[in-house]
Each structure stands twice: as structure tokens, then as C-alpha cells.
Design a protein around this ligand. Structure first.
Ligand code: ADP
Ligand code: MG
Length: 321
């Protein structure tokens, strides 16, 4: 199977979309952007063994490659539109490709994306790069930098679940663990991007970031970008029942603070907008929890029942360190 046959067989699946003037097959793709909207462009790469375990199912890799990018669009308040895929493969393994393409298209359809092009190469390691282009109404884009002091800090869902799932991924004893293991594993293998909610709160939330490297570390990035500080009230952290049952309260809290791969949104909003935020969350079937408050000073302070507790630095995932 040569490269062209591979592309035709596995990746030329999307039905024509009126916005795609020229899709897969030419030197470049041509899309028609909507009037009155701005484009948001994101790209994320998954390297086998670094971003997912080597034995991660092919369909889950395809799913993840799309969702981690859709999550970046969610954090910008953008609507997912178009996708390109750069794939480096060690061999043309047909079972792997079929599974990968199934997961990739399942996610792209879930998030309203059309695959418009890409690149396929052979290399020493499986590397999957997905690029997404999204759209947002002019002037409505959400960034990390818009938060002011005295606002609420919020998070969607129950962070820590994906890291809990990762810790169970290769655990031979997991059959004997309490209920909740399957839920946590699925939160790791099939993350969801909060795109609908992100689009709904663009223009209401003041700043946002998606959680890929851990809540505390990612929140610090938002606060730093906004030039402010914040407090995080540990007793308010929303922990799932499953995470507490399987990992215990203490570890559940540590995973919620510093575990990665959640793809929930952490954002800030003025307190008078809280009702609108909670309403948008309910409409999208999400829970949103206020976990702290922004402050005029710099840095993040963790409070346990109002008392400051030291936080070890370097929580969260960082390459090259
Ligand atoms: P070129 O040599 O001009 O870069 P390619 O032969 O790499 O073109 O690709 C041919 C067409 O197939 C292009 O339209 C490209 O966007 C598309 N394509 C290549 N690889 C993929 C892929 N993995 N998924 C989707 N489209 C792809
Ligand atoms: Mg070309």
C-alpha cells in the first residue's frame, strides 16, 4: 500500500462540506471563512510513549489527537471547523490505521470538524500531529490574559479523574479495586473537550485555559498571563465519587491539583456573572465549581479552610525538565 492508497483508504472519508472549497487531493486545502468571525489555529502533537502509553488502543489515539486540540479551541471560545493531520508511521499497519481512523473521525464528527488535508510520512516512531482551525465571533475570543483581581476562579467537571485513570492503566490488580475503575479509565482514554460550553461563555468569562498539565500549574499560567494572583480553596475542589473511592481522599485531591490530561476548562469570571455561567454549564450538561478567587498580588496561594498551605513547586507536566 503506497502513501496515496493509504490516504484514500483511511482518511478520505468526510462528506463534502460547503465551507471546504478544496479538500484532500490538491497541494493545499481552500476553505471559506465566515464573515464577521476570526480564525483560531491550534496544533498539538502526540508522540507514542510520551503522550500516551505504547499499548494505548489505536482508536483512542485517534480520538485523543482530535480532542486535545478541540480542548484548546474550547479554551479560546472558538467553534471547531477544519482539521489537518500530519502522521508519521513506522509501518502501514492496516489494523492500527483502521482503528486510528475510526477514533479520529468519531471525534472529528463529534466536534463538527472536517478533515481537509495532511501529510503522511514514514519514520522511526509513531507521531500524530493534528491542527485545527476554529472560528469565533469578532472580538469575542477568550484568552488567558483577561482576568482582573477580585473575580471568581472556576473549573468544569471533576479534575484528577484522567490522572487516576492513567495510574490504573497498567495496574494488573485493577479487577480487585472498588467500583469506579472503568469510569476513571474512560476519563483517561476518552477525554472530552468542553467546546460548547467554551463558546457559550466567551464574552462572559474573563480568561480561560484548558487543563492539560494539571489544575494548579495551568491556573498559574492563566494568572501569570493576566498579571494577577489568586487563591485556591482546597476544600472546594470538585472530586468525583469514583476518584475518591478508588484512590482515597488524600490522593484524589493531589491528582485533582497536579494530575494532567483532564481537558476541563479553568476560567475566571466576575461574581455578578456567576449565574449566567452556571446556567450555561447546566445547558451543556456540565458542573462548574467556584474554587477560588483572583487577587491583586502575584502567585497562587492554596488555602485549606482559610489557612495557607505550602504547595510544592513544579506540579504539572513539563517537557525538558
Ligand atoms: P504534497 O506532496 O503536495 O505535499 P501529498 O502527496 O503529501 O501532497 O498529499 C496529497 C494530498 O493528500 C494533499 O491534499 C494532502 O493534504 C493530503 N494528505 C496527505 N496525508 C494526509 C493525511 N494523513 N490525512 C489527510 N490528508 C492527507
Ligand atoms: Mg504539493
Amino acid at each position: 500500500m503506497d502513501e496515496f492508497e493509504l490516504i484514500r483508504r483511511y482518511f478520505r472519508r468526510d462528506a463534502p462540506d460547503a465551507s471546504v472549497l478544496l479538500g484532500i487531493g490538491d497541494d493545499g486545502a481552500v476553505v471559506s471563512a465566515s464573515a464577521g468571525r476570526e480564525l483560531v489555529v491550534v496544533v498539538d502533537t502526540l508522540v507514542a510513549g510520551v503522550h500516551y502509553p505504547e499499548n494505548y488502543a489505536a482508536a483512542d489515539i485517534g480520538w485523543r489527537a482530535v480532542v486535545v486540540n478541540a480542548s484548546d479551541l474550547a479554551a479560546m471560545g472558538a467553534e471547531p471547523r477544519w482539521m489537518t493531520l500530519a502522521l508519521t508511521l513506522t509501518a502501514a499497519d492496516e489494523a492500527w490505521l483502521a482503528g486510528f481512523a475510526d477514533g479520529l473521525f468519531e471525534a472529528s464528527h463529534e466536534y463538527g470538524l472536517t478533515l481537509i488535508g495532511g501529510d503522511t510520512t514514514k519514520g522511526g516512531q509513531t507521531v500524530v500531529s493534528v491542527q485545527l482551525i476554529g472560528e469565533v465571533d469578532e472580538g469575542r475570543v477568550l484568552t488567558r490574559a483577561g482576568a482582573g483581581a477580585g473575580e471568581g476562579i472556576y473549573v468544569t467537571g471533576t479534575p484528577g479523574d484522567a490522572a487516576g485513570g492513567l495510574s490504573l492503566f497498567d495496574d494488573a490488580r485493577r479487577e480487585s479495586l472498588p467500583d469506579g475503575v472503568d469510569y476513571l479509565l474512560r476519563r483517561f482514554t476518552r477525554p472530552q473537550a468542553r467546546t460548547g460550553f467554551g463558546m457559550a461563555v466567551a464574552g462572559v468569562a474573563t480568561a480561560a485555559i484548558d487543563l492539560s498539565d494539571g489544575l494548579a500549574g495551568d491556573l498559574v499560567k492563566l494568572l501569570t498571563a493576566s498579571g494577577i494572583g489568586g487563591t485556591l480553596e482546597l476544600e472546594r475542589l470538585p472530586l468525583s465519587r469514583e476518584l475518591r473511592r478508588v484512590c482515597g481522599d488524600r490522593r484524589a485531591r493531589a491528582l485533582a491539583l497536579d494530575g494532567g490530561d483532564d481537558y476541563e476548562l479553568c476560567f475566571t469570571a466576575r461574581r455578578e456573572d456567576e449565574e449566567a455561567i452556571l446556567e450555561a454549564a447546566a445547558q451543556h450538561g456540565l458542573t462548574v465549581t467556584r474554587i477560588g478567587e483572583t487577587t491583586a498580588g502575584a502567585g497562587l496561594t492554596c488555602l485549606q479552610d482559610g489557612v495557607s498551605v505550602p504547595r510544592r513547586d513544579g506540579g504539572g507536566y513539563s517537557h525538558f525538565s
